[in-house]
Design a protein around this ligand. Structure first.
Ligand SMILES: [Zn+2]
Length: 461
């Protein structure tokens, strides 16, 4: 045996010995083989089992032997949740018991929690023909304007057909919900501006044979599995996303800031899109764009003279064919400053800010400035009276809290301080000032406790 070979051999032997020894003796220190990443890690899915708690009020959504649609929806939803969670998904359920949840609340749960997509679980019924039974999936609006929802539906439908053995059912398909309601369904209409969404109607509970199957837990599981398999297929092709980089927050489109810049990601770890599929619509008109596939930056210089705001949608497909959801983005222009509401808001807010600054200077000089602070509070309040939905409303509200907090601590002022900070937390849940307002509340609570226990001399400082 030459030397080189023996060195290699002994190294290999040593490795084997140390590995086996190590694992036999101190097995709890041996890392297990790294688990493969779960396929739905970092994906948030909102599952909406339709209806709920309508036994007394709804005599339509019930099969010939009394099985209620809302019960079937819920069973399938719970099985589906289980499969999705096992695959690493974060699952939001609009309901997990036989309770009613209003339609706006269902969409809001998905949107407010930034779900990647929304799936409403239903089953169909008809008074006209007890033999009818076929699967269908609804999306909102017009297919070319809602491509990601259609992609999701296309991934799921074949699995429903296969698992529920409905291969020969006439009517099977993907449909716009505008075919049943002029403005579509509430849940899909309200999720559309933000995320893709579908309503699945895999079978008819008014068909006696189908009702029997739908009562069966094994059949419910097969249906949940069909959704699960379809979701896996959809997610495997990547979930492309659009983020507006500029202008954001209170920035305006204007002469000095004329470009919209988006960051596109393809959902597959990169920024590659089929170039011919990228389209940008401003106020429903296609506009020219420049896409840089190396950075994912999409730049648009829209015409905006005379407009106070623009509505923008970005379309495109990644290399696996999955579409961007064209969520509706609104951008204000400089002209919005001339908008009477905006002007009034700004005037009040800017005045309040100036008064605060003056008060801060006064306090720095050793004064108390209660007059200036009260005037500042009144102006912040007036800006909120003009519009509580302004992008800076949370700031106005937070600054009211700050002003009250430095006023003499009468019980009245203390109560007003609490109220102002609590409004930031309760009314503006996406405000970046939320944590600061919560800290202020905690700080004031302990202060108030100490004051009440007589540990502080006086309510004023
Ligand atoms: Zn239904």
């Amino acid at each position: 045996m030459n030397r080189k070979r023996s060195v290699i051999l002994s190294a290999v032997l040593l490795a084997i010995i140390s590995l086996s020894l190590g694992c036999a003796t101190i097995s709890w220190h041996c890392p297990k083989a790294a688990a493969p990443p779960k396929p739905l890690t970092d994906i948030t899915i909102c599952i909406d089992p339709g209806h709920g708690a309508t036994t007394r009020t709804d005599s339509f959504r019930v099969g010939p032997t009394g099985e209620r649609e809302e019960w079937i929806n819920l069973r399938v939803g719970k099985y589906l949740k289980k499969y999705l969670v096992q695959a690493g998904a974060n699952v939001l359920m609009t309901r997990e018991t036989d309770t009613d949840v209003n339609l706006a609340g269902r969409a809001a749960l998905a949107v407010n929690n930034h779900a990647d997509f929304f799936i409403s679980l239903h089953h169909n019924g008809t008074r006209h023909d007890p033999d009818v039974n076929f699967p269908l999936i609804y999306f909102w609006g017009e297919a070319p304007k809602n491509p990601a929802s259609v992609d999701l539906a296309r991934s799921i439908l074949p699995h429903l057909v296969e698992n529920l053995e409905l291969q020969d059912a006439a009517g099977t398909g993907i449909y716009s919900d505008w075919v049943i309601y002029p403005r579509g369904t509430s849940v899909l209409r309200n999720t559309y501006p933000h995320i893709p969404g579908i309503i699945g109607e895999p079978a008819y509970f008014t068909n006696p044979a189908a009702e029997l199957q739908l009562k069966n837990r094994t059949y419910n599981k097969l249906e949940a599995e069909a959704y699960y398999e379809g979701i896996l297929e959809y997610v495997r092709n990547g979930l492309p996303k659009t983020t507006l980089v500029t202008p954001t927050g209170d920035e305006r489109l204007g002469a000095s800031n004329p470009a919209l810049i988006f960051q596109l990601t393809d959902g597959l770890g990169g920024t590659a899109f089929q170039p011919e599929t990228i389209q940008v619509f401003v106020d429903d008109h296609a506009v020219e764009h420049i896409y840089d596939p190396s950075t994912g930056h999409l730049t648009v210089r829209p015409e905006f003279s005379g407009k106070t705001k623009l509505t923008i949608q970005v379309f495109g497909r990644n290399l696996k064919g999955n579409a961007l959801h064209p969520r509706i983005l609104t951008v204000k222009t400089e002209a919005a400053y001339g908008d009477p509401v905006e002007k009034e808001w700004r005037t009040r807010f800017d005045k309040a800010e100036a008064l605060c600054q003056e008060a801060a200077n006064e306090i720095a000089r050793g004064g108390l400035a209660p007059g200036l602070l009260k005037e500042a509070i009144a102006n912040y309040q007036r800006s909120l009276d003009v519009s509580p939905h302004h992008p800076f409303s949370d700031q106005a509200q937070y600054h009211i809290g700050e002003c009250y907090e430095v006023l003499p601590r009468t019980s009245e002022n203390l109560e007003a301080t609490f109220k102002a900070y609590k409004r930031v937390v309760n009314f503006y849940p996406s405000s970046p000032l939320g944590p600061a307002a919560e800290n202020a509340i905690t700080r004031l609570e302990s202060w108030a406790e100490m004051a009440e226990a007589g540990l502080l001399d006086t309510y004023t400082w």
